[in-house]
Unconditional design. Sequence first.
Length: 173
Amino acid sequence: MVLEKPPSPSLKSRRTKPKPWWLRRWRYFYKSLLRLRGKPKAIARGFSIGVFAGCFPLLGLQIMIGVLLAALLRGNKLASVAGTWISNPITYVPIFVFNFKVGKLLLGSRDLSVAAIDFQSLSELMELGYTIIATLLLGCFVVGSVLAFCTYFLSLRLIIRWHHHSRYHKSHC
């Protein structure tokens, strides 16, 4: 009579330990993006366009802008919607603060502070508002362009790899 060795505790604990909800959600999002139908370049283009649109502080309009740009640039519209999710209630503040700092650095306006200005008139307040918005939008454009460029090549590589992997398994199973 041969007795089987019981499974090691490390394997058992790995199987029974549930994954955190955010990790499961991220994995689902990642796999659903890779499974989109279409040409890999169009999917990657759409996703990167969505990331670009998601870098702008136009809350509520980011998805519409992403889909419109994806339609104009022949990208996948669903992938562009997924790309806009780069900005969400958790990441709004860090993204826009970083974008503002980049815009401030590019414009060379180091003394852009609300506390330092004495509001004597409504025109001063409006001028400060225009300066802040212009600084933020410049930073958003630059950061969004860099992220879109990087996202395009990274997502294209992942999508092509996934498509080859799924074709291989379909033909050999």
